[in-house]
Design a binder for this molecule. Structure first.
Ligand code: ADP
Length: 603
């Protein structure tokens, strides 16, 4: 598996583990018992209020309480409790969706029952008010009627009063009994009331219109009483059927059941969480063990890598050294060749000089002998004359043969050869700056010229003509020996890139100019084989070479790159196959101090 895919897979796995842990923790989060207790308290209050309300209704019915407001009073409180029950339930049970749905349906059922009850109680209130009103005015109407009947009876001297009194008394007694009945009055009482009211109406015949009207009022109140009593009874029966208390109890039971269910479920999830935590712990231990093992392996690889890196550095140093040695070898061969010609000159001249010295030596010996003969006493005139003639003959021969002129010419030739050797040595010195000045003001054009002298051999070998295109570049601040090393490398590569046996003249063009006000541009252009496109990006890589083993180390351009970079400059290559190559060097006039790497490679 690729390391990217592997990392993604591990990340997904870890995220899944965390999500599962989160879900388990959520599932086992503590159930808020206190909040449930609050709900239970609210239910208890509701239950209590409901019972009190029922009692109030009953009290209102049997007339113990004439204050109807009491019947209405718990309504506001019940509404508040109902609202807070809904809020508490939503807060605690909202997250347990299934339970909450069940509880909500029960709460709704309770609410509906409560609404029914409120509506019935409203009806009961108004019915009770009418009932109370009639019940209140019934005795008043009876007494008013009695007063009227008595007064009229005296006036009429009528004895019907007894009948009236009896009917009224019976009726009032029955009605009092009727009012006192709780529940549905029995039919006989109702029949009696009907009979007595008929008696009353009959007994009223002789009396005035006013008495009749009062009797009608009395009987209307009586009818209202009977009717409202029935309605009230019916309402109470209906109210009795509205089992709000049962609904509250059902709700309370449901809460208990759901709570028990949740606690059981929590137990299950808690066990699952414990098992999962153990598995996680094992996984973590395994991961920890893998990490420790990886760190150990990493440390081992680090040590091995460090060693490999040090070995590589060492072999790089060796290769740089060998590149320098091969460069040096090429240069020494070139210099040796260059010195060889004037040296042969000087040696030839000296050997001719040696030949020319023989007649002069003979002449010097004769002169010496002649002086000895002249000083001897007695003088041997014959010997003197003879020696004089010999000296004369030899001197004439030396003069005629132009020995002295030839010696002079030979000496001049010899001196010329020695001058040439001196020039090569001077260039060699310039090239490498044997004075070891690492950074100095340096003319790149002079550097190119010195390099050309030393590269003369390779240029001759590859039959290369040099074209110079100097633009009078100012001196730059840098290490002459390092920059000359770059020039020599590039010129040698260019000469070596010339195809053998072609008609076209092999040419290397050296150009200098100003790139901008503080950068010098040097171009080394050849019309050689060029560099193939696929090779071009690699030419500055260390160890990259296309030359046969033993000829190239592949370090030349890499070192050039390092040197130019260390001088704060840039080196670029542009090449076309079968057309030629241009190496462009851009060097700042005020170059940075060459770094240690470059200085090291200069040693
Ligand atoms: P080396 O000369 O030892 O091969 P270099 O780093 O100097 O190492 O050069 C790397 C390679 O770049 C050479 O082997 C050659 O293929 C290519 N190269 C460099 N200069 C030229 C040039 N002027 N023309 C054609 N090829 C070149």
């Amino acid at each position: 598996m690729k390391s990217g895919t592997r990392t993604i897979a591990i990340a997904i796995f870890a995220a899944t583990l965390i999500v599962i842990l989160g879900v388990l923790v959520m599932k086992t989060r503590a159930f808020d018992i206190n909040a449930q207790n609050e709900i239970n308290n609210t239910l208890r209050d509701l239950r209590q209020l409901d019972s009190e309300w029922d009692v109030d209704v009953l009290r209102a019915k049997i007339g113990l309480s004439s204050n109807y407001d009491r019947v209405a009073s718990p309504l506001a409180r019940i509404t508040t409790l109902k609202d807070s029950l809904a809020a508490q339930s939503a807060a605690l049970w909202g997250d347990y969706s299934d339970s909450y749905a069940r509880l909500t349906s029960l709460t709704t059922a309770y609410s509906k029952l409560m609404d029914d009850k409120i509506s019935l109680i409203e009806q009961f209130k108004s019915q009770n008010a009418i009932l109370r009103n009639s019940s209140h005015y019934l005795p008043v109407a009876a007494s008013e009627l009695a007063v009227t009947v008595r007064s009229e009876d005296i006036l009429l001297r009528n004895s019907n009063r007894a009948e009236f009194e009896s009917a009224l008394n019976n009726l009032l007694t029955d009605l009092a009994e009727f009012e006192g009945v709780t529940g549905v009055a029995d039919a006989t009482l109702r029949d009696r009331i009907t009979t007595h009211s008929a008696d009353l109406v009959r007994s009223m015949e002789p009396f005035s219109q006013e008495a009749h009207m009062q009797a009608t009022t009395l009987l209307t109140h009586m009818q209202t009483l009977l009717k409202q009593q029935d309605i009230g009874e019916q309402l109470l029966t209906d109210l009795g059927k509205v089992d709000t208390l049962g609904a509250i109890n059902a709700l309370g039971n449901a809460y208990n059941q759901e709570q028990a269910g949740i606690l059981t479920e929590q137990q299950f999830w808690l066990r699952a969480l414990i098992i999962y935590s153990v598995i996680l712990l094992l996984l973590l231990t395994y991961a920890g063990w893998r990490i420790v093992r990886s760190i150990r392996l990493l440390n081992q690889s680090n040590t091995a890598l460090g060693k490999a890196y040090r070995d590589l550095q060492e072999s790089q140093v060796q290769l740089i050294q060998s590149e320098k040695m091969s460069g040096l070898g090429r240069m020494v061969a070139g210099v040796a060749h260059e010195i060889n010609t004037p040296l042969a000159y000087v040696s030839g001249t000296l050997s001719v000089l040696q030949d020319q010295l023989a007649p002069l030596g003979k002449l010097t010996t004769l002169v010496h002998d002649f002086i000895g003969l002249l000083r001897s006493k007695p003088q041997d005139k014959t010997a003197v004359n003879k020696t004089l003639l010999e000296i004369e003959a030899d001197a004439t021969a030396v003069t005629e043969q132009g020995v002295l002129t030839e010696i002079d010419t030979l000496l001049k030739d010899g001196m010329h050869g020695i001058d040439q050797i001196s020039e090569i040595v001077l260039n060699l010195k310039n090239f490498s700056r044997v004075d070891r000045v690492q950074v100095s003001n340096f003319s790149v054009e002079a550097g190119l010229d010195s390099t050309l002298v030393l590269a003369n051999n390779v240029l001759k070998t590859h039959d290369v003509a040099i074209h110079k295109n100097y633009g009078g570049a100012p001196t730059i601040n840098g290490s002459p020996s390092q920059i000359n090393q770059v020039f020599l490398n590039l010129i040698t590569n260019a000469a070596q890139a010339m195809p053998a046996d072609r008609e076209e003249q092999n040419v290397i063009t050296l150009s200098t100019s100003m790139e901008d006000h503080d950068t010098v541009r040097i171009e080394i252009e050849d019309n050689g084989a060029g560099i193939p496109k696929d090779v071009l990006p690699n030419v500055f890589d260390p160890f990259f070479t296309t030359k046969p083993i033993g000829e190239g180390t592949g370090m030349g351009l890499s070192i050039c790159f390092q040197i130019i970079e260390a001088h704060g400059g840039r080196i670029q290559v542009d090449s076309e196959q079968d057309v030629g190559t241009i190496f462009t060097i851009l060097l700042p006039i005020k170059a940075a101090q060459p770094t240690q790497a470059a200085v090291v490679s200069d040693d």
